[in-house]
Ligand binder design. Structure first.
Ligand code: PGA
Length: 249
């Protein structure tokens, strides 16, 4: 069984002060043994969050990175810069990056490679739109996004990723996938991973994301192929996020 991981994604929300509050609250909290927790904060909060999380259970992550290591790319941030700020993981291919910022599968693969080159753990996000689900294309879309990245990596690289299945229609909508819907896709992801390597399939953390809250986390996290959560809105409230972390134990 992979270690459960609950990762918060603040998106363009939060502040350095909120990161400091989270750092204090989590240092004092008793979390279930063996549950890993992380927060993906906006770039300007990284350093303050890194200091605030020191000595506590929260791992630090960012929400995107450039595919380039350095150069004339005004406004971009490299993986190495994120590491220097204390980040250990980074989201790649979040549906908001894909739909609002035009990141296609090739761009997602390039960013995964850039993250690995910088020594960051890429958390690769996958998910179908409602239109794709209604057309019966959920597995084709999700596994297609997965293969577009995994086919471009070698075996050692594949083993360093974390995956997050996030149905686009469940993100920020309050409409969570049912545990059965989520498990069905997670099971398909696991089967697809086993085609690369059985050990990889058994060890890979596959998170669920999309309107995960304190009151629905337990029934999702108990599913056999769901190894944790990627939590957006509910990761901005300390009590709510802590309660989700508690239910992963
Ligand atoms: P949500 O966002 O929990 O607010 O639906 C999840 C995500 O986008 O990672």
């Amino acid at each position: 069984m992979p270690t459960p991981l609950i990762a918060g994604n603040w998106k363009m929300n939060g502040s350095r002060a909120l990161a400091e509050e989270f750092g204090r609250a989590f240092r004092d909290a008793s979390l279930p043994e063996g549950v890993a927790v992380a927060l993906m904060v906006p770039f300007p909060c990284l350093e303050a969050a890194g200091r605030a999380f020191e000595g506590g259970p929260l791992a630090l992550g960012a929400q995107t990175l450039s595919q380039h290591p350095s150069g004339a790319f005004t406004g971009e941030v490299s993986g190495e810069m994120l590491r220097e700020c204390g980040a250990r993981m980074v989201l790649v291919g979040h549906s908001e990056r894909r739909s609002l910022f035009g990141e296609d599968d090739a761009a997602v693969l390039a960013r995964v490679q850039a993250a690995l080159d910088a020594g960051l753990t890429p958390v690769l996000c996958l998910g179908e739109t409602l239109e794709e689900r209604d057309a019966g294309r959920t597995e084709a879309v999700v596994l297609g996004q997965l293969e577009a990245v995994f086919d471009g990596l070698d075996a050692a690289q594949r083993g360093q990723l974390v995956l997050a299945y996030e149905p686009v229609w469940a993100i920020g909508t309050g409409r969570t996938a049912t545990p059965e819907q989520a498990q069905a896709v997670h099971g398909a992801i696991r089967t697809c991973l086993a085609r690369y390597d059985a050990g990889l399939a058994a060890a890979m953390q596959v998170l669920y994301g999309g309107s995960m809250k304190a009151d629905n986390a337990a029934e999702l996290l108990v599913q056999p192929d769901i190894d944790g959560g990627l939590v957006g809105g509910a990761s901005l409230k300390i009590d709510e996020f802590l309660a989700i972390c508690q239910s992963a134990g």
